[in-house]
Structure formats: structure tokens, C-alpha cells
Design a protein around this ligand. Structure first.
Ligand code: UFG
Length: 342
């Protein structure tokens, strides 16, 4: 019988791509999502890609009674991938309590239910934001974490600690925190992708919306950083490559191949690209000239970060495979699909 995996936040951006990869690998998936930042139609599109509609439950994981009720109704869940969280950095500064409640309470409720209902495995969505601006690049898993720049970033850091401490106290539970660098792009089918509500905060959705005519022009935040072209550098990773790493992490836990009951992996490509390089590569991949202008730095941004991928490559046997051009083209194909552009 296929093993059943619970994916919280499974209709969201990274969640939906991970559900596809889990189903392709033969797992049964049940999704919990409150649809606060995603759309129910994602389920149909997952089914179009894989031929299987995942089971779906709509509720808020901050509600403990509903979470308990879910686990009473669904037996046989072998592992959880916990994506569900609020993720807008700027918004988290304005409404910090919403971020702390949403992101912390949902993880606490999940861990309590895992103890209570004997679900032993969890993969947690963390972020390279926990490193802040590292003193040394590239970033390994041993690079010290720094104070968070935003309430959102702090929820990732605190949640890592909550997970670590809970797993320490419960040796029968096992968990992996995956620290994502900058996920971009969309599934090659263009049926699922990132759907930002309102004006996008992140670079690539802003670029594709500018190319689609929804935005007048991209603002490049700063050209006076200590980088070769002056714009900030990130490690942009294809979302499908990222999703595949979750399947490997799940297999590692299910087969008991983990080295300790709390492990951490960086998920990036190992390559840093500047904002201006992203703009140029997008133009090359799509043939579209992008209207952009240089403006001042964005508050809270770091200068540069990219991953040392050695540990994930060697220990997980996983490597990001897709190139930047292909990835940016997939983001554009998704934007065209949702806007009805031929
Ligand atoms: N950028 C622009 N113009 C834009 C949007 C972004 O120049 O309109 C620049 C940013 O200044 C930054 C780069 O593009 O230099 C990437 O910005 P994103 O907003 O796409 O990504 P961030 O690196 O700021 O954010 C990511 C994740 C967050 C996480 C953060 C930690 O999206 O979840 O990394 O640094 F908290």
C-alpha cells in the first residue's frame, strides 16, 4: 500500500510542486490548507499533471481541536511536510502577532498531534533567512544563525528551535529542517506556479508581471552593494528541484537513514546571481525587453548569500539540476498561462 504523507500548505507555491513530486514517486497525499494565500483550483491542476487528485481538508492549523479531529479521522499518516505559514517579510513587520501566532502555533499544534497520534516523521520548511548576512560565503549548515531581520525571519528561527527541542525530548520523533535559498520558477506544464496576491514582493514574480504588462517597470533595489555589478546577490533555486529534495528527505526519514533525529540541510544551487544578472537572463530566455530602473536599497535586504551545497549533495544524493534560463522561462510560461497570453 502506498505510504500516506500529510502536506500542510499543500496548495501553496512550494507545497503544490512538492505534492506533484510525491504523487509521481508513488505516495498518497493529504493536504491541509486554509487557502489564505492559495486557491482551491490548484487541486485540479495537480490532478491534471499527475492524474491523481490529492485528498484535501480546509482548516486553520492554529485551531488545535480541528487539528486533533483531523488526526482522529486520518489514520496511517507516516510523515508530515509542514509548509503552512505566512511568508511576507514586509507584512510581518506590520502585523507581527499574526505571524507569530500563525507560524508558531501551527507548528506546535502539529508536533503535539504527532506525539499524540504516533506520527513519527516531519520535514519542516525553513529558510536561509536564518543566516542573516553571513560573515563568510558560501553558507554551510554550520554557519552560525544570526538575529532575524523581521518577525517572519524570526518565526523560521524559533520554529527550528521548537522542532529541535521537541525532537530532542522525543527520541521516537525524527525531523529534517530544509533551509531554502530563493525558490523561483514553475512546473514545466505551466499548470502550477507562484500566485502572489496583490503587488509581488519577490523579484521574479515582479519581473514576469512587468513583462506581462501588469506593472510599469521593475525597481532594482540598489546598485551600490559590494558585488561585481553593485546589485544584490541570491541563490535562486528552481521550485521543482526544491520539491524533489522533499521527496528525498521523506524517504530518508521513512527508511531511517537519518544520522540524528534532527537534521538540517541547505537547499540551493551553490551559484549566486545578482538582480541585474536575473534581469538580463530573463531577457535572453524570453526575448522580452524589461523596463527597469535602479532605485535605492530596500530596507532589511542583505547584500549577498549563496549556499554551499556539499552536504545536501553528498548526504541526500540530491543536486539542483535546472539552469537559470530554463527556470526563468518556466516562470514566464506560468505567467503567460494565468494571464491568457499566447
Ligand atoms: N528585488 C528587486 N526588486 C524587486 C524585488 C526584489 O530589486 O521588485 C531584489 C531584492 O532587493 C533582493 C533580490 O531582488 O536583492 C531578491 O529579492 P526577493 O524579495 O525575491 O527575495 P529575498 O532574498 O528578499 O527574500 C527571500 C525569501 C524570503 C526570505 C528572505 C531572506 O523570499 O522568504 O529571502 O533573505 F525571508
Amino acid at each position: 500500500m502506498a505510504k500516506k504523507i500529510l502536506v500542510t500548505g499543500g496548495t501553496g507555491y512550494i507545497g503544490s510542486h512538492t505534492v506533484v513530486e510525491l504523487q509521481m514517486a508513488g505516495y498518497d497525499v493529504v493536504i491541509i490548507d486554509n487557502l489564505s494565500n492559495s486557491n482551491i483550483e490548484v487541486l485540479d491542476n495537480i490532478a491534471k499533471i499527475t492524474g491523481i487528485a490529492p485528498e484535501f481538508e480546509k482548516f486553520d492549523l492554529t485551531e488545535l481541536d480541528k487539528t486533533i479531529d483531523f488526526f482522529k479521522r486520518y489514520s496511517g499518516i507516516e510523515a508530515v511536510i509542514h509548509f503552512a505559514a505566512s511568508k511576507a517579510v514586509g507584512e510581518s513587520v506590520e502585523i507581527p502577532l499574526h505571524y507569530y501566532r500563525n507560524n508558531l502555533v501551527s507548528l506546535i499544534n502539529m508536533l503535539e498531534c504527532m506525539e499524540k497520534f504516533d506520527v513519527p516523521n516531519i520535514v519542516f520548511s525553513s529558510s536561509c533567512t536564518v543566516y542573516g548576512q553571513p560573515d563568510k560565503l558560501p553558507v554551510t549548515e554550520q554557519t552560525p544563525r544570526k538575529d532575524a531581520e523581521s518577525p517572519y525571519g524570526n518565526t523560521k528561527r524559533v520554529n527550528e528551535d521548537i522542532l529541535n527541542h521537541t525532537l530532542n525530548a522525543n527520541p521516537h520523533l525524527r525531523g529534517i529542517a530544509l533551509r531554502y535559498f530563493n525558490p523561483i520558477g514553475a512546473h514545466e506544464s505551466a499548470l502550477i506556479g507562484e500566485l502572489p496576491l496583490g503587488v509581488p514582493n519577490n523579484l521574479v514574480p515582479f519581473i514576469t508581471q512587468t513583462a506581462a504588462g501588469l506593472r510599469d517597470g521593475l525597481k532594482v533595489f540598489g546598485d551600490d552593494y559590494n558585488t561585481p555589478d553593485g546589485s544584490a546577490i541570491r541563490d535562486y533555486i528552481n521550485v521543482v528541484d526544491l520539491a524533489k529534495a522533499h521527496v528525498i528527505a521523506i524517504e530518508r526519514l521513512l527508511k531511517g537513514k537519518n544520522k540524528s533525529n534532527y537534521e538540517v540541510f541547505n537547499l540551493g544551487t551553490g551559484n549566486g546571481y545578482s538582480v541585474l544578472e536575473i534581469v538580463k537572463t530573463f531577457e535572453k530566455a524570453t526575448g522580452i525587453k524589461l523596463n527597469y530602473k535602479i532605485v535605492g536599497r530596500r530596507e532589511g535586504d542583505i547584500e549577498k548569500i549563496w549556499a554551499d551545497t556539499t552536504y545536501a549533495n553528498e548526504e541526500l544524493g540530491w543536486k539542483a539540476e535546472k539552469g537559470l534560463e530554463e527556470t526563468l522561462l518556466s516562470a514566464w510560461n506560468w505567467e503567460k498561462n494565468i494571464r491568457g497570453i499566447k
